[in-house]
Design a protein around this ligand. Structure first.
Ligand code: FE2
Ligand code: FE2
Length: 409
């Protein structure tokens, strides 16, 4: 009989019921297997958020969450190993310890999508079964067929329930002292409470006030906002890793904070904060929230850099700061955007990223600005002068970079 060991890695910060559901689904699908839950030290594909729990707490919580499952152990191997928690190193270790075993990587579809970015992914595809958790409402990813076809990947599906809350949501709610319902087990909830976990998430630049300020937004606007936050963090990590992540978060969270006000509401806010719309902005209610949102960031929170990024998030501008670029771009590529323009920009960004990481952001900015202009022109709408200036500036910058590259060759 095949000796299967499931390897379920993650940050588990905190582990929640959907994680538990995935583990249960694995144990059910592979009745003679064992499962090793592996909290990682440094995740290869995402940056640990600030305000997360320390290693010991994550290990403790994983033990509380998964400990009562049959045939399951929680390992501290990756937490004890120094450096990035690459899965291939853990697989190698498990195979050395368990001669003749077959390792089954337990993962979500999101991880499968980036399988070819995993370090030593060929080794993993050659040596492991992939057990991919598929939520009820998720469409099967086309990449499954491709991995099967191109690499002979052995992919099995685990059918699981979608969790209403992610670990990020739980940290955020816990940080604000709000209820996160029964998204974690009772034992994990007690541990979080008695160790005051995540209470520091909202301590910087009055993040608590920012979350409070945007709480009145509609659920749809809020999920867009959190999507922009996530995309902005990804862009910051890719292009400006030393940028203050608190500013990135604050700008993303506040960028549409006044978006749901109508024309009269925008005018009232402009009056309240003493800001004046230029003529192109005055003519288009849809972009006025950039000016009033920036005023909120500046006047209510004293965040000038954040205000600048909000100000340009609908129109772009010449010579944008890193934060301005990130927020403008994140607004296009966040995960809830499904329209053709945004999906096109997202595709273009990831293609550019593969080719040339350094130029990817500016190239995509130019692409987004140009595509946006095309849409406006097609609809016979006015293009804001700042957008035209942004196009000119980016074109010149990218041409200069091309020249420099040419002269170096
Ligand atoms: Fe907006
Ligand atoms: Fe937005």
């Amino acid at each position: 009989m095949e000796n299967i060991i499931g390897l379920y890695g993650g940050t588990f910060d905190p582990p929640h019921l959907a994680h538990l559901g995935v583990a249960r689904a694995f144990l059910k699908s592979f009745p003679n297997s064992r499962l090793v839950v592996m909290p990682c030290l440094i995740p290869p594909h995402k940056t640990r958020s600030t305000g997360g729990a320390d290693e010991k707490s994550r290990l403790d919580m994983a033990r509380l969450c998964f400990g009562s499952l049959p045939r399951t152990t929680v390992s501290d191997y990756e937490l004890k190993r120094e450096g990035v928690s690459y899965t291939y190193l853990t697989v190698r270790h498990l195979l050395e310890e368990n001669q003749g075993a077959r390792i089954c990587l337990v993962m979500g579809q999101d991880n499968l999508e980036i399988m070819e970015k995993w370090k030593e992914y060929r080794y993993l595809l050659d040596n492991c079964v992939l057990a991919v958790a598929v939520r009820g409402d998720e469409a099967l990813s086309p990449i499954m067929d491709r991995l099967r076809h191109e690499y002979g990947a052995d992919i099995r599906l685990l059918h699981t329930e979608k969790s209403p809350l992610s670990s990020t949501d739980i940290r955020r709610l816990a940080g604000l002292g709000l209820s996160y319902g029964d998204a974690v087990t009772r034992e994990v909830a007690d541990y979080m409470a008695s160790n005051c976990l995540y209470s520091g998430v909202a301590e910087n630049i009055s993040m608590q006030d920012i979350y409070g300020f945007i709480r009145c937004l509609s659920p749809k606007r809020l999920s867009h906002t959190y999507g922009v936050e996530k995309a902005a963090m990804m862009l910051a990590n890719n292009h400006y890793p030393s940028l203050d992540k608190r500013l990135v978060c604050a700008a993303a969270l506040l960028h549409d904070c006044t978006k749901e006000k109508d024309g009269a509401g925008q005018a009232a806010l402009a009056e309240k904060y003493g800001v004046v719309f230029d003529s192109a902005t005055a003519a288009t209610v849809k972009i006025q929230h950039a000016v009033t949102g920036a005023a909120v960031a500046r006047k209510e929170f004293g965040l000038n850099e954040v205000a600048d990024a909000i100000l340009t998030h609908t129109t772009a501008a010449a010579d944008m700061t890193p934060l301005q670029k990130i927020i403008y771009m994140a607004d296009f590529i966040e995960e809830n955007r499904k329209d053709e323009l945004c999906l096109g920009v997202k595709r273009y960004y990831f293609e550019c990223l593969k080719e040339n990481k350094e130029a990817a952001l500016d190239k995509t900015l130019l692409y987004a600005v140009e595509e946006g202009i095309k849409v406006l022109e097609k609809e016979c709408k006015t293009v804001h002068p700042h957008t035209l200036e942004a196009r000119k500036f980016l074109k010149e910058c990218l041409a200069d970079e091309d020249d420099n590259r040419g002269s170096k060759q």
